[in-house]
Write a protein that binds this ligand. Sequence first.
Ligand code: F1P
Length: 603
Amino acid sequence: MQPVTEASNDITQNIDVASPKEIVQLLCSCDVEIFDGWHGYPNIHSNEIIHTIGEIATAGVEILKDPSNNIIVLSGCGTSGRLAFILCRSFNKLLREQGMQECYEYVIAGGDKALFTSQEAPEDDPEAGIQALKQVSQGKRKVLFIGITCGLSAPFVAGQLDYCMDNLDKFTPVLLGFNPLNLARDLPIENWNKTFLQVTKRLEDLCQKHSDKCFILNPIVGPEAIRGSSRMKGGSVTKILLETIFTISHHIRDDKNQSLHIMVQSLLSAYRHVYEMTYSYMDDIAVMIQWAAESLNNNGHVYYIGVDSLATIGIIDASECPPTYSSSLEDIRGFIYGGYTTYKNKEGDISHHVSNGEPFNISINNFQENLIDQLACNDTVLFLLTYQDVCNENDSVTQLTKSILQYTKHIGAIYFTEPHNPSGNTDESTVLSYFKHVAMVTLPWHRIQETISPVFPTLSGTKLYEELRHFVGFLCEISLKWILNAISTGSHIMKGKIYKNLMIDVKVSNNKLYHRAISIIQKFAGCSLEEARCALIKSIYKTDTLTAEQGSAAISKHIDMATTMNKVVPAALLIAVRQCSVHEAIQILNDVKVVSKAILMSK
Ligand code: F1P
């Protein structure tokens, strides 16, 4: 059986021919599975999952008692590592505000470069994971380690979990992912002696022996809207669960008598209210998908411009498009006021340390210096703002908006009003008047307040709002994540990148994606696994006759070659479907341009 995270979602079978509004409706129907679950598997509201969330939150409380000697490490690859970064950034800010020492650390395979571009090789390397974990936890007494891998598959995380299990006196390992445990990846990991499934089984056994020392959190949220695109539901549920866990850890430090079960339920319900509210802005999201699609279809660009944490969501959404849609690094980009100083990643400004620094230029200054003069009418610019941001950056947002308007009319804003007092003020309406379209998003604060007030019986009104300001920030971020995921996914669908609900032109840039590519070829060509594998390798080495060496090379060798190549999987598909030569397949792709059309013509 296929892992749930790699399966095709029945809901989105026709998403490739949907209108922008229909795309948003389909994504909405898919995302509800985060809350309602899928096919009777345990979901985020199941008792055992709520219990585990409470247990991990309690383990967090122990760490927070001594933040100078203890740390919480969040680690993952790709999107999972990027979310680890955002979460650490937010909770360290909360610690600073509470006058405490920062103790959240993120680890991302490939280091900070991977926050902006995909870094393939380290994701498949358990030893790299172990080394990164050793480095970050050196000299610490207790470590709560959260290994995030949506597919229960990343070798980088497998190595780290295994290392934690060898050192249980110091580490409390937690595995976070979204497949049933028996569907964890059971394929050999190069240069290592265990599969992910074996590591999972070891952890499961240890959880039974030491129920307060190791945890597995794996609610099932159903297959992704675009097959395997775990940045979507996988990323959202990662964010929801970890924010719930650590918000609780921070709030029960002084008040242990609270019912953990009620706390968890209440916070999760708040996210559901926000999910419902977000998709009620369907028409606004559809307008922005249409704009972004027009830009991508006319060789234009989409730029997200934001302040503080909303900007980080924008930068991350943009960074996921090249690995997900094989798009160029320039197609969709994100920028943040204050650049790296505000971004607060560990390695600071890395634009000077890399050969092509352009995708790493993330500050508004870079946008103003390098891009604004090149803007054209086929570009879309979307501002990501909260009420507070508009108050703080009023003049500069106004100036920038006016300058952009000289070049393009596709300038919009996703604007989060002040939920506690959404009546608005004049500054706000002046700034917003420059945008051609504004999605005015208002969090359902009254409903949220009703849901969470039993958790904070001594607080109400403004006091409750102030106490939970950071949580309100999380709710705006998840709402924005849903909106931007819809815009970037929808616009690539309208560019013809998707066939049914499948990204055919997937980059073969890590082990998981190599196996996904073979399964795509097998499914669409209706051929055997071996025939699909051969077609893929022929496409990678651009040859009709494989040498013995090519045929038997390690998977990592194929990945090394394929990572920098274009249209490897579409060409392999044509080879398998038409039984044609590599040359002919490439010729067809060059003539037809839109991959899904080339495949359709060949079926
Ligand atoms: C990690 C990951 C994804 C990325 C791509 C390759 O996945 O880097 O974030 O989108 O699918 O793999 P996982 O370990 O969280 O399953």
